[in-house]
Design a protein around this ligand. Structure first.
Ligand SMILES: [Mn+2]
Length: 445
Protein backbone atom coordinates (compact mmCIF):
# COMPACT_ATOMS: atom_id res chain seq x y z
CA UNK A 1 0.00 0.00 0.00
CA UNK A 2 1.22 3.48 -0.83
CA UNK A 3 2.33 5.75 2.01
CA UNK A 4 -0.39 8.36 1.35
CA UNK A 5 -3.06 5.64 1.61
CA UNK A 6 -1.52 4.19 4.77
CA UNK A 7 -1.45 7.62 6.40
CA UNK A 8 -5.03 8.36 5.38
CA UNK A 9 -6.45 5.20 6.91
CA UNK A 10 -4.28 5.64 10.00
CA UNK A 11 -5.59 9.19 10.43
CA UNK A 12 -9.17 7.82 10.30
CA UNK A 13 -8.46 5.31 13.08
CA UNK A 14 -6.88 8.04 15.17
CA UNK A 15 -9.80 10.40 14.58
CA UNK A 16 -12.33 7.75 15.56
CA UNK A 17 -10.32 6.87 18.67
CA UNK A 18 -10.12 10.53 19.66
CA UNK A 19 -13.94 10.65 19.76
CA UNK A 20 -14.09 7.83 22.32
CA UNK A 21 -13.47 7.29 26.03
CA UNK A 22 -10.43 5.41 27.32
CA UNK A 23 -12.66 2.50 28.32
CA UNK A 24 -14.11 1.92 24.86
CA UNK A 25 -13.69 -1.03 22.58
CA UNK A 26 -14.53 -0.83 18.88
CA UNK A 27 -15.18 -3.86 16.69
CA UNK A 28 -15.50 -3.18 12.95
CA UNK A 29 -16.37 -6.11 10.72
CA UNK A 30 -15.17 -6.50 7.13
CA UNK A 31 -17.33 -8.09 4.44
CA UNK A 32 -17.60 -11.78 3.70
CA UNK A 33 -18.06 -13.40 0.29
CA UNK A 34 -21.64 -13.52 -1.04
CA UNK A 35 -22.98 -16.46 -3.08
CA UNK A 36 -24.31 -15.67 -6.55
CA UNK A 37 -25.42 -19.10 -7.82
CA UNK A 38 -24.32 -22.69 -7.24
CA UNK A 39 -20.56 -22.47 -6.58
CA UNK A 40 -20.14 -18.97 -8.01
CA UNK A 41 -19.83 -15.85 -5.85
CA UNK A 42 -20.36 -12.13 -6.40
CA UNK A 43 -17.25 -10.06 -6.90
CA UNK A 44 -15.91 -9.26 -3.43
CA UNK A 45 -16.67 -5.76 -2.16
CA UNK A 46 -15.24 -4.63 1.14
CA UNK A 47 -17.43 -3.12 3.86
CA UNK A 48 -16.96 0.63 3.30
CA UNK A 49 -16.60 1.61 6.97
CA UNK A 50 -14.01 -1.12 7.42
CA UNK A 51 -12.20 0.03 4.27
CA UNK A 52 -12.25 3.63 5.49
CA UNK A 53 -10.39 2.60 8.64
CA UNK A 54 -8.00 0.02 7.14
CA UNK A 55 -7.71 0.17 3.34
CA UNK A 56 -7.67 -3.63 3.49
CA UNK A 57 -9.46 -5.53 0.76
CA UNK A 58 -9.67 -9.18 1.84
CA UNK A 59 -12.79 -10.91 3.18
CA UNK A 60 -13.30 -12.23 6.74
CA UNK A 61 -11.27 -9.56 8.49
CA UNK A 62 -12.08 -7.65 11.69
CA UNK A 63 -10.58 -4.48 13.16
CA UNK A 64 -10.51 -4.01 16.94
CA UNK A 65 -9.60 -0.62 18.40
CA UNK A 66 -9.07 0.27 22.04
CA UNK A 67 -8.21 3.97 22.49
CA UNK A 68 -7.05 3.26 26.04
CA UNK A 69 -5.02 0.24 24.97
CA UNK A 70 -5.47 -3.52 25.33
CA UNK A 71 -3.16 -6.32 26.35
CA UNK A 72 -2.96 -9.35 24.10
CA UNK A 73 -0.77 -12.36 23.61
CA UNK A 74 1.57 -11.56 20.71
CA UNK A 75 1.96 -14.45 18.28
CA UNK A 76 5.34 -13.28 17.02
CA UNK A 77 7.17 -12.62 20.31
CA UNK A 78 5.04 -15.03 22.42
CA UNK A 79 4.82 -12.25 25.01
CA UNK A 80 2.06 -10.01 26.34
CA UNK A 81 1.84 -6.96 24.16
CA UNK A 82 0.09 -3.65 24.72
CA UNK A 83 -1.59 -2.29 21.60
CA UNK A 84 -4.36 0.07 20.50
CA UNK A 85 -5.27 -1.68 17.26
CA UNK A 86 -5.51 -5.25 16.02
CA UNK A 87 -6.43 -6.41 12.54
CA UNK A 88 -7.65 -9.99 12.36
CA UNK A 89 -7.06 -11.50 8.90
CA UNK A 90 -7.45 -14.81 7.08
CA UNK A 91 -4.87 -17.49 7.74
CA UNK A 92 -2.24 -18.09 5.06
CA UNK A 93 -3.30 -21.14 3.06
CA UNK A 94 -1.18 -22.06 0.00
CA UNK A 95 -3.85 -24.26 -1.59
CA UNK A 96 -6.70 -21.73 -1.20
CA UNK A 97 -4.37 -18.95 -2.31
CA UNK A 98 -3.55 -20.83 -5.54
CA UNK A 99 -7.25 -21.16 -6.31
CA UNK A 100 -8.70 -17.90 -5.05
CA UNK A 101 -5.96 -15.32 -4.55
CA UNK A 102 -3.09 -14.32 -2.29
CA UNK A 103 -3.67 -13.55 1.36
CA UNK A 104 -1.69 -10.98 3.29
CA UNK A 105 -1.27 -13.05 6.46
CA UNK A 106 -1.17 -11.64 9.99
CA UNK A 107 2.61 -11.23 10.09
CA UNK A 108 2.53 -8.72 7.21
CA UNK A 109 -0.22 -6.51 8.65
CA UNK A 110 2.03 -3.92 10.26
CA UNK A 111 4.47 -3.63 7.38
CA UNK A 112 1.90 -3.56 4.58
CA UNK A 113 -1.00 -1.69 6.22
CA UNK A 114 0.63 0.22 9.06
CA UNK A 115 -1.78 -1.29 11.60
CA UNK A 116 0.07 -2.02 14.82
CA UNK A 117 -0.91 -5.65 15.45
CA UNK A 118 -1.96 -8.45 13.09
CA UNK A 119 -3.60 -11.67 14.23
CA UNK A 120 -5.23 -14.67 12.59
CA UNK A 121 -9.03 -14.32 12.41
CA UNK A 122 -9.60 -17.66 14.18
CA UNK A 123 -8.48 -15.84 17.37
CA UNK A 124 -11.09 -13.09 17.25
CA UNK A 125 -13.62 -14.91 19.44
CA UNK A 126 -11.10 -15.74 22.18
CA UNK A 127 -9.50 -12.30 22.13
CA UNK A 128 -12.82 -10.47 22.38
CA UNK A 129 -14.02 -12.80 25.17
CA UNK A 130 -10.75 -12.27 27.04
CA UNK A 131 -10.84 -8.47 26.68
CA UNK A 132 -14.43 -8.30 27.91
CA UNK A 133 -13.74 -10.56 30.90
CA UNK A 134 -11.23 -8.04 32.24
CA UNK A 135 -13.93 -5.53 33.22
CA UNK A 136 -11.98 -2.72 31.66
CA UNK A 137 -14.33 -1.69 28.89
CA UNK A 138 -17.71 -0.16 29.64
CA UNK A 139 -18.55 0.87 26.10
CA UNK A 140 -18.46 -1.43 23.10
CA UNK A 141 -19.05 -0.05 19.62
CA UNK A 142 -20.06 -2.44 16.82
CA UNK A 143 -22.26 -2.21 13.71
CA UNK A 144 -25.52 -4.00 14.44
CA UNK A 145 -26.32 -4.10 10.75
CA UNK A 146 -23.03 -5.78 9.86
CA UNK A 147 -23.33 -8.20 12.76
CA UNK A 148 -26.78 -9.16 11.57
CA UNK A 149 -25.59 -9.97 8.06
CA UNK A 150 -22.35 -11.61 9.10
CA UNK A 151 -21.74 -15.09 7.66
CA UNK A 152 -18.81 -17.49 7.37
CA UNK A 153 -15.79 -18.01 9.58
CA UNK A 154 -15.94 -14.76 11.54
CA UNK A 155 -19.60 -15.39 12.39
CA UNK A 156 -18.64 -18.71 14.00
CA UNK A 157 -15.90 -17.02 16.00
CA UNK A 158 -18.11 -14.24 17.32
CA UNK A 159 -20.96 -16.50 18.42
CA UNK A 160 -19.77 -16.40 22.05
CA UNK A 161 -19.77 -12.60 22.00
CA UNK A 162 -23.33 -12.52 20.65
CA UNK A 163 -24.63 -15.00 23.22
CA UNK A 164 -22.99 -13.13 26.12
CA UNK A 165 -24.71 -9.93 24.99
CA UNK A 166 -27.59 -10.15 27.47
CA UNK A 167 -25.43 -10.43 30.60
CA UNK A 168 -22.87 -8.04 29.16
CA UNK A 169 -25.46 -5.33 28.52
CA UNK A 170 -26.22 -4.64 32.19
CA UNK A 171 -22.67 -3.39 32.76
CA UNK A 172 -21.50 -2.31 29.35
CA UNK A 173 -23.13 0.12 26.94
CA UNK A 174 -23.28 -1.54 23.54
CA UNK A 175 -23.54 1.05 20.79
CA UNK A 176 -23.54 1.28 17.03
CA UNK A 177 -20.28 2.52 15.54
CA UNK A 178 -21.93 3.54 12.25
CA UNK A 179 -23.17 6.83 13.69
CA UNK A 180 -19.65 8.01 14.50
CA UNK A 181 -18.28 6.90 11.15
CA UNK A 182 -21.19 8.56 9.34
CA UNK A 183 -20.25 11.88 10.96
CA UNK A 184 -16.62 11.45 9.95
CA UNK A 185 -17.37 10.33 6.41
CA UNK A 186 -19.57 13.31 5.59
CA UNK A 187 -16.53 15.60 5.45
CA UNK A 188 -13.87 14.54 2.96
CA UNK A 189 -10.23 15.44 3.44
CA UNK A 190 -7.73 16.20 0.66
CA UNK A 191 -6.93 12.53 0.05
CA UNK A 192 -10.58 11.60 -0.36
CA UNK A 193 -11.37 14.63 -2.50
CA UNK A 194 -8.63 13.54 -4.91
CA UNK A 195 -10.10 10.01 -5.12
CA UNK A 196 -13.60 11.30 -5.88
CA UNK A 197 -12.21 13.91 -8.27
CA UNK A 198 -10.49 11.16 -10.23
CA UNK A 199 -13.56 8.90 -10.26
CA UNK A 200 -15.71 11.82 -11.39
CA UNK A 201 -13.26 12.96 -14.08
CA UNK A 202 -13.00 9.45 -15.52
CA UNK A 203 -16.79 9.14 -15.46
CA UNK A 204 -17.03 12.42 -17.38
CA UNK A 205 -14.47 11.21 -19.95
CA UNK A 206 -16.31 7.89 -20.31
CA UNK A 207 -19.57 9.75 -21.00
CA UNK A 208 -17.85 12.09 -23.45
CA UNK A 209 -16.34 9.26 -25.48
CA UNK A 210 -19.52 7.18 -25.38
CA UNK A 211 -22.04 9.90 -26.27
CA UNK A 212 -20.20 10.48 -29.56
CA UNK A 213 -20.82 6.88 -30.58
CA UNK A 214 -24.55 6.61 -29.83
CA UNK A 215 -26.67 5.71 -32.87
CA UNK A 216 -30.31 4.66 -33.37
CA UNK A 217 -30.88 0.88 -33.21
CA UNK A 218 -28.04 0.27 -30.78
CA UNK A 219 -29.08 -1.69 -27.71
CA UNK A 220 -28.95 -0.05 -24.31
CA UNK A 221 -26.41 -2.63 -23.10
CA UNK A 222 -24.10 -1.77 -25.99
CA UNK A 223 -23.96 1.83 -24.78
CA UNK A 224 -23.26 0.43 -21.30
CA UNK A 225 -20.38 -1.65 -22.72
CA UNK A 226 -18.75 1.41 -24.29
CA UNK A 227 -19.07 3.42 -21.10
CA UNK A 228 -17.61 0.72 -18.88
CA UNK A 229 -14.82 0.02 -21.36
CA UNK A 230 -13.73 3.64 -21.08
CA UNK A 231 -13.81 3.60 -17.27
CA UNK A 232 -11.45 0.66 -17.10
CA UNK A 233 -9.33 1.92 -19.95
CA UNK A 234 -8.86 5.16 -18.02
CA UNK A 235 -7.77 3.43 -14.82
CA UNK A 236 -10.95 2.84 -12.81
CA UNK A 237 -11.35 -0.72 -11.61
CA UNK A 238 -15.13 -1.00 -11.49
CA UNK A 239 -18.47 0.75 -11.78
CA UNK A 240 -19.85 2.58 -8.75
CA UNK A 241 -23.30 0.99 -9.24
CA UNK A 242 -25.21 -0.86 -11.95
CA UNK A 243 -25.09 1.38 -15.01
CA UNK A 244 -28.43 2.89 -16.05
CA UNK A 245 -28.87 3.21 -19.82
CA UNK A 246 -32.52 4.03 -20.43
CA UNK A 247 -34.06 4.86 -23.81
CA UNK A 248 -37.56 6.25 -24.57
CA UNK A 249 -40.10 5.57 -21.86
CA UNK A 250 -37.41 3.88 -19.75
CA UNK A 251 -36.02 7.37 -19.06
CA UNK A 252 -38.93 7.67 -16.60
CA UNK A 253 -37.84 4.67 -14.50
CA UNK A 254 -35.37 6.07 -11.99
CA UNK A 255 -33.21 3.01 -11.37
CA UNK A 256 -33.79 1.18 -14.66
CA UNK A 257 -30.76 -1.04 -15.25
CA UNK A 258 -32.17 -3.90 -17.31
CA UNK A 259 -30.57 -2.17 -20.32
CA UNK A 260 -32.02 -4.60 -22.88
CA UNK A 261 -34.06 -2.41 -25.20
CA UNK A 262 -33.21 -1.11 -28.65
CA UNK A 263 -32.72 2.66 -28.94
CA UNK A 264 -35.18 4.39 -31.26
CA UNK A 265 -34.50 7.45 -33.37
CA UNK A 266 -36.56 10.36 -31.99
CA UNK A 267 -36.37 9.09 -28.40
CA UNK A 268 -34.26 10.41 -25.56
CA UNK A 269 -31.56 8.35 -23.89
CA UNK A 270 -30.79 8.84 -20.20
CA UNK A 271 -27.47 7.57 -18.90
CA UNK A 272 -26.83 7.54 -15.13
CA UNK A 273 -23.53 5.96 -14.26
CA UNK A 274 -20.31 6.25 -12.31
CA UNK A 275 -16.79 4.87 -12.29
CA UNK A 276 -15.26 3.58 -9.06
CA UNK A 277 -11.68 4.46 -8.15
CA UNK A 278 -10.20 2.76 -5.08
CA UNK A 279 -13.75 2.35 -3.78
CA UNK A 280 -14.51 6.06 -4.25
CA UNK A 281 -17.33 6.84 -6.67
CA UNK A 282 -18.38 9.18 -9.42
CA UNK A 283 -22.08 9.56 -10.31
CA UNK A 284 -23.19 11.50 -13.39
CA UNK A 285 -26.29 11.68 -15.54
CA UNK A 286 -26.74 13.03 -19.03
CA UNK A 287 -29.83 12.88 -21.21
CA UNK A 288 -29.20 12.95 -24.96
CA UNK A 289 -31.27 12.49 -28.14
CA UNK A 290 -30.72 9.02 -29.66
CA UNK A 291 -30.39 10.47 -33.18
CA UNK A 292 -28.26 13.43 -32.10
CA UNK A 293 -30.98 16.11 -32.43
CA UNK A 294 -33.43 17.14 -29.69
CA UNK A 295 -37.09 17.59 -30.73
CA UNK A 296 -38.79 20.86 -29.83
CA UNK A 297 -40.55 19.32 -26.81
CA UNK A 298 -37.45 17.47 -25.60
CA UNK A 299 -35.50 20.68 -25.87
CA UNK A 300 -38.08 22.61 -23.83
CA UNK A 301 -38.15 20.10 -20.99
CA UNK A 302 -34.37 19.71 -21.07
CA UNK A 303 -33.79 23.45 -20.74
CA UNK A 304 -36.01 23.65 -17.64
CA UNK A 305 -33.96 20.94 -15.93
CA UNK A 306 -30.65 22.45 -17.03
CA UNK A 307 -31.58 25.94 -15.78
CA UNK A 308 -32.69 24.49 -12.44
CA UNK A 309 -29.43 22.56 -12.14
CA UNK A 310 -27.30 25.66 -12.80
CA UNK A 311 -29.31 27.66 -10.28
CA UNK A 312 -29.02 25.01 -7.55
CA UNK A 313 -25.25 24.72 -8.08
CA UNK A 314 -24.95 28.52 -7.80
CA UNK A 315 -26.59 28.36 -4.36
CA UNK A 316 -24.14 25.82 -2.94
CA UNK A 317 -21.92 27.09 -0.14
CA UNK A 318 -21.22 26.21 3.51
CA UNK A 319 -24.26 26.80 5.71
CA UNK A 320 -26.87 26.08 3.02
CA UNK A 321 -29.23 23.21 3.81
CA UNK A 322 -29.48 20.30 1.41
CA UNK A 323 -33.23 20.10 2.06
CA UNK A 324 -33.56 23.79 1.09
CA UNK A 325 -31.73 23.10 -2.17
CA UNK A 326 -34.28 20.38 -2.83
CA UNK A 327 -37.21 22.72 -2.20
CA UNK A 328 -35.62 25.36 -4.40
CA UNK A 329 -35.03 22.85 -7.19
CA UNK A 330 -38.64 21.63 -7.17
CA UNK A 331 -39.80 25.26 -7.18
CA UNK A 332 -37.64 26.05 -10.24
CA UNK A 333 -38.85 22.96 -12.09
CA UNK A 334 -42.44 23.80 -11.24
CA UNK A 335 -42.11 27.32 -12.62
CA UNK A 336 -40.61 25.96 -15.84
CA UNK A 337 -43.44 23.49 -16.30
CA UNK A 338 -46.06 26.15 -15.58
CA UNK A 339 -44.48 28.40 -18.20
CA UNK A 340 -44.94 25.66 -20.78
CA UNK A 341 -48.55 25.24 -19.61
CA UNK A 342 -47.88 21.69 -18.51
CA UNK A 343 -49.08 21.94 -14.95
CA UNK A 344 -52.84 22.09 -14.65
CA UNK A 345 -54.27 23.53 -11.44
CA UNK A 346 -54.26 21.13 -8.52
CA UNK A 347 -51.54 18.87 -9.93
CA UNK A 348 -48.73 18.01 -7.59
CA UNK A 349 -45.43 18.78 -9.30
CA UNK A 350 -43.56 16.11 -7.33
CA UNK A 351 -45.47 13.53 -9.34
CA UNK A 352 -43.10 14.48 -12.19
CA UNK A 353 -39.96 15.42 -10.27
CA UNK A 354 -40.00 12.21 -8.22
CA UNK A 355 -36.77 12.55 -6.23
CA UNK A 356 -34.67 14.95 -4.19
CA UNK A 357 -32.04 17.19 -5.73
CA UNK A 358 -29.01 15.15 -4.75
CA UNK A 359 -27.08 13.15 -2.19
CA UNK A 360 -23.64 12.94 -0.62
CA UNK A 361 -21.18 10.83 -2.58
CA UNK A 362 -17.95 9.13 -1.51
CA UNK A 363 -17.20 5.52 -0.63
CA UNK A 364 -20.87 4.81 -1.21
CA UNK A 365 -22.69 6.31 -4.17
CA UNK A 366 -25.50 7.39 -1.88
CA UNK A 367 -22.92 8.01 0.78
CA UNK A 368 -23.58 6.50 4.22
CA UNK A 369 -23.07 9.80 6.02
CA UNK A 370 -24.90 11.89 8.59
CA UNK A 371 -27.18 14.21 6.60
CA UNK A 372 -30.10 15.17 8.84
CA UNK A 373 -30.82 17.89 11.31
CA UNK A 374 -31.79 16.23 14.61
CA UNK A 375 -31.64 18.05 17.93
CA UNK A 376 -28.36 19.93 18.24
CA UNK A 377 -26.76 17.98 15.39
CA UNK A 378 -27.27 19.72 12.08
CA UNK A 379 -25.81 17.62 9.29
CA UNK A 380 -28.36 18.95 6.80
CA UNK A 381 -26.27 22.14 6.59
CA UNK A 382 -23.46 21.86 4.06
CA UNK A 383 -19.85 22.34 5.18
CA UNK A 384 -16.63 22.62 3.18
CA UNK A 385 -15.45 19.11 2.32
CA UNK A 386 -18.89 17.70 1.58
CA UNK A 387 -19.26 16.25 -1.90
CA UNK A 388 -22.81 16.10 -3.23
CA UNK A 389 -24.55 15.39 -6.50
CA UNK A 390 -26.94 17.89 -8.05
CA UNK A 391 -29.46 16.06 -10.19
CA UNK A 392 -32.85 17.63 -10.83
CA UNK A 393 -35.16 15.73 -13.15
CA UNK A 394 -38.52 15.86 -14.88
CA UNK A 395 -40.31 12.67 -15.92
CA UNK A 396 -43.39 12.44 -18.15
CA UNK A 397 -44.04 8.73 -18.73
CA UNK A 398 -46.18 7.52 -21.64
CA UNK A 399 -49.17 6.88 -19.35
CA UNK A 400 -49.21 10.45 -17.93
CA UNK A 401 -52.60 11.17 -19.49
CA UNK A 402 -52.84 14.69 -18.04
CA UNK A 403 -49.72 15.78 -19.98
CA UNK A 404 -50.08 16.56 -23.73
CA UNK A 405 -49.05 13.50 -25.71
CA UNK A 406 -46.12 15.16 -27.47
CA UNK A 407 -44.45 15.67 -24.09
CA UNK A 408 -44.79 12.04 -22.96
CA UNK A 409 -41.99 9.48 -22.94
CA UNK A 410 -39.70 12.33 -21.97
CA UNK A 411 -37.55 11.81 -18.88
CA UNK A 412 -34.69 14.25 -18.33
CA UNK A 413 -32.14 14.18 -15.54
CA UNK A 414 -28.84 16.08 -15.46
CA UNK A 415 -26.39 15.22 -12.69
CA UNK A 416 -22.97 16.53 -11.69
CA UNK A 417 -20.70 15.93 -8.70
CA UNK A 418 -20.03 19.06 -6.69
CA UNK A 419 -17.44 19.69 -3.98
CA UNK A 420 -18.48 22.18 -1.32
CA UNK A 421 -15.63 24.65 -0.72
CA UNK A 422 -15.57 27.77 1.41
CA UNK A 423 -15.97 29.80 -1.79
CA UNK A 424 -18.96 27.82 -3.11
CA UNK A 425 -19.58 24.73 -5.22
CA UNK A 426 -16.83 23.33 -7.43
CA UNK A 427 -18.22 21.08 -10.18
CA UNK A 428 -15.84 18.10 -10.36
CA UNK A 429 -17.43 16.87 -13.60
CA UNK A 430 -17.23 20.24 -15.33
CA UNK A 431 -15.46 18.78 -18.37
CA UNK A 432 -18.64 17.05 -19.57
CA UNK A 433 -20.91 19.21 -21.77
CA UNK A 434 -24.58 19.64 -20.92
CA UNK A 435 -25.75 22.59 -23.05
CA UNK A 436 -28.13 21.51 -25.82
CA UNK A 437 -25.89 22.86 -28.62
CA UNK A 438 -22.79 21.22 -27.14
CA UNK A 439 -24.46 17.82 -26.88
CA UNK A 440 -25.79 18.05 -30.46
CA UNK A 441 -22.33 19.11 -31.64
CA UNK A 442 -20.73 16.18 -29.81
CA UNK A 443 -23.15 13.77 -31.48
CA UNK A 444 -22.73 15.16 -35.01
CA UNK A 445 -21.44 12.69 -37.62
MN1 LIG B 1 -26.97 10.24 -8.08
Amino acid sequence: MELAEKLFHKSRREKLSSMLDENSLVIVLGSTNVARSYDDGYKFKQNKNFYYLTGFNEPNAVLVLAPGGMEVHDEKSKKIKKTKEILFVQKKDPLRETWVGRRLGYSNVKKELGIDTGMVNSKIGDVVADLISRDKYNKIYISLFDLNFLTGEVKEQLRGFESSWITLSTNVQIMDVNFLLAKMRSVKNEFEIEQVRYASTVTAAGFYNTIQMIKPDMFEYQVQALLEYHYKELGCQDVAFETIVAGGNNTCILHYNTNRNKLKSGDLLLIDSGAEFNYYNGDLTRTVPVNGKFTKEQREVYQIVLDAQYDVIKKIKPGVKLTDLKKYSVERLKKGMQKLGLLKKGFDVTKYTLHGVGHHIGLDTHDAVANKSIGKNDYDKLVAGNIITVEPGIYFPEDAKEIPERYRKIGVRIEDDVLVTKYGGEVLSDSLPKEIEDIEFLMME
